[in-house]
Write a protein that binds this ligand. Structure first.
Ligand code: PGA
Length: 254
């Protein structure tokens, strides 16, 4: 199955010209890595312009957030239809940076449903803030999954992409701890198990699962070799076209 690599640029870079430059450099690799789909999640203010500059199917775009309402008085928010109109075919939902700013499981669930209704792919983020020796972090992840999928009918489950991204392993989170390959593997199995409990094996196996958190040129090949990892969300390393090229090439070879 072809891998999905999402470049989560977060609130970078500073200008449209810098975004164009970064995208142009990434595009060179993304056009030649035939076994993968590269998704760029730029700041929304740059998305329409970048998306208009390419028609290549293996390069897609994502909004970093979308609202659950179709339209209305939500100041500073973007609807799924607006993101889609700007050129996004994916939307990131429930990223830990947004959860830290007050986004609730209920919001996440409604946002997933709104994305599915508008036929744009929701990339659902789940992941614990910290690990504890008693395994409570498993309950956290289980509950995030259960609540996010609460209103998703079994027939649409396959249209959701799930990214397991432990907050403590994000490059800028400051914990300084690295996740091990076996910990990533265990969590891929765990996320899959929760989906199997909810929807059964035949539905759960159709859900694409990604890993996110400090994926870079040095660990990409090992991460993509883990069973169950079907792609990655890449933050910091996606802001450097040379480094991101190595991540894309590792995914392309895996
Ligand atoms: P990172 O960020 O790759 O810099 O750890 C990933 C993310 O937050 O999506």
């Amino acid at each position: 199955m072809s891998k999905l690599i999402i470049a989560n640029w977060k609130m970078n870079p500073d200008s449209l010209s810098a975004a164009n430059k970064l995208f142009t450099n990434i595009k060179k690799t993304a056009l030649t890595t035939r076994n993968i789909t590269t998704v760029i999640a730029p700041p929304l203010v740059f998305l329409a312009s970048l998306a208009a500059s390419t028609k290549a199917r293996r390069i897609q775009f994502a909004a970093q957030n979308t609202h659950f309402a179709d339209s209305g008085p939500q100041v500073g928010e973007t609807s799924v239809k607006q993101a889609k109109d700007a050129g996004a075919s994916y939307t990131l939902i429930g990223h830990s940076a947004r959860r830290a700013n007050g986004e609730t499981d209920e919001d996440v669930s409604r946002k997933v449903a709104a994305a599915l209704a508008a036929k744009i792919v929701p990339v659902l983020f789940v992941g614990e803030t910290e690990r504890d020796v008693h395994g409570n972090f498993l309950r956290v992840v289980r509950s995030q999954i259960k609540r996010a999928f609460a209103d998703v009918p079994a027939s649409r489950v396959k249209d959701v992409v799930v990214c397991y991204e432990p907050v403590w392993a994000i490059s800028t989170s400051g914990s300084g701890k690295d996740i091990t390959l076996s910990e990533v593997h265990q969590m891929m199995l765990y996320v899959h198990k929760v989906l199997v409990e909810m929807f059964g094996l035949s539905v759960a196996r159709k859900v694409k699962m990604l890993y996110g958190g400090s994926v870079n040129k040095d660990n990409a090949a090992d991460i993509f070799a883990i069973p169950g990892v079907e792609g990655a969300v890449v933050g910091g390393a996606s802001l450097n076209a040379l480094e991101f090229r190595e991540v894309l090439q590792a995914a392309n070879k895996s």
